[in-house]
Design a protein around this ligand. Structure first.
Ligand SMILES: NC(=O)C1=CN([C@@H]2O[C@H](COP(=O)(O)OP(=O)(O)OC[C@H]3O[C@@H](n4cnc5c(N)ncnc54)[C@H](O)[C@@H]3O)[C@@H](O)[C@H]2O)C=CC1
Ligand SMILES: O=C(O)C(=O)Cc1ccc(O)cc1
Length: 297
């Protein structure tokens, strides 16, 4: 008989049952992570759908009732509302409970949620580097985190057992976990995730602004380059509004650097600097190939 590990938590409460929350619900159940999974969402439609899908043991729209008696509460809503949710639930969290999240920005979560966490509750922020351009409870799937990274950013002095249990939770869902400082996390994600999304949203807008001239052609003849951008640009507007506004400094810095590099490319094109252009394209190709090698290793 295959050996089954005991659950890590008795009651795991998920707040926000979109792509990520519903994927955690499915993966937690499939991997026996919690004896009971409670789901709570601000949207009645989402609550009804989660009940219909049967991916939680209990759907509890009332935030306070949802967190009562939980030994782990995971915030899976957009980063802009996490502080408000935390303020409502904080007084109702059980002693020893672990409060965690999956938000894409981490300095803001540490800054906004950290101060309301009561004595005796352990705060372990995290960020799974896994997702898609889809949102909502129907978009989630249990395998989303397999073979992906999850970064945890526990504030200094966090209870080591609480950190170990959050690490175990993500590992059991198939992720590789690494610890990181929140400021470093936000700079790394600004360049690897937030800036690419900004560029995708912007280029789609630029193409759309040229509607009279080219729109029909853009859509009809869209080759893979533009298509790849449209996949990323299909992401959720509220989630990305909140990410941009909550990683303002690092994102603006990376955007400024990118703009300088784009201007250097414009100069090379204007002056016919063929070597510069070729060198930059070659560098892109090398980066892509090294990524594929890492994935295959
Ligand atoms: N989508 C992605 O690829 C990834 C997203 N993240 C982070 O995960 C979090 C959730 O993202 P998704 O699941 O993609 O979003 P989603 O849009 O699919 O789901 C968010 C859910 O939160 C609910 N919600 C909003 N405000 C709420 C409130 N005040 N109280 C309770 N529920 C509330 C919404 O009704 C919705 O069901 C975000 O913080 C995002 O930055 C992290 C990694 C990847
Ligand atoms: O779909 C994609 O390309 C993504 O980049 C998904 C994603 C979005 C936000 C995150 O914080 C992490 C991963």
């Amino acid at each position: 008989m295959p050996e089954t590990s005991p659950p890590i938590f008795q009651r795991l409460t998920l707040i926000g049952l979109g792509l990520i929350g519903s994927s955690v619900a499915r993966a937690a159940r499939e991997n026996g992570i919690a004896a009971e999974i409670v789901a709570s969402d601000a949207s009645e439609t989402v609550c009804a759908r989660v009940a219909e899908l049967g991916i939680a043991d209990r759907v509890e729209p009332d935030l306070i009732r949802a967190v009562e008696g939980a030994d782990c509460v995971m915030l899976c809503a957009p980063v802009g509302v996490l502080a408000d949710i935390a303020a409502v639930i904080a007084p109702h969290l059980a002693q020893g409970c672990i409060l965690t999240d999956v938000g894409s920005t981490k300095l803001s979560v540490v800054r906004d949620v950290g101060p309301v966490v009561p004595e005796g509750v352990h705060f372990v922020p995290a960020h799974p580097l896994a997702g898609t351009e889809f949102s909502g409870p129907d978009a989630g799937f249990a395998e989303l985190f397999q073979g992906r990274y999850c970064l945890v950013v526990p504030p200094a002095g966090t209870n080591a057992d609480a950190v170990a249990r959050i690490v175990a939770l993500w590992q059991r869902m198939g992720a590789t976990v690494e610890e990181m400082e929140p400021a470093h996390h936000d700079r790394v994600l600004a360049v690897t995730s937030h800036l690419p999304h900004l560029i995708a949203f912007t280029i789609c807008g630029t193409a759309d602004d040229l509607a009279d001239e080219t729109k029909e052609e853009v859509l009809r003849f869209a080759a893979s380059g533009f298509r790849d951008f449209t996949r990323i640009a299909a992401s959720d507007p509220v989630m990305w509004r909140d990410i941009f506004l909550n990683n303002r400094e690092a994102l603006l810095e990376m955007l400024a650097r990118f703009t300088e590099d784009a201007q250097a490319m414009a100069k090379a094109i204007r002056w016919g600097d063929a070597a510069y252009i070729e060198d930059k394209v070659l560098r892109g190709r090398k980066i892509r190939r090294s990524l594929i090698e890492i994935k295959q290793a």
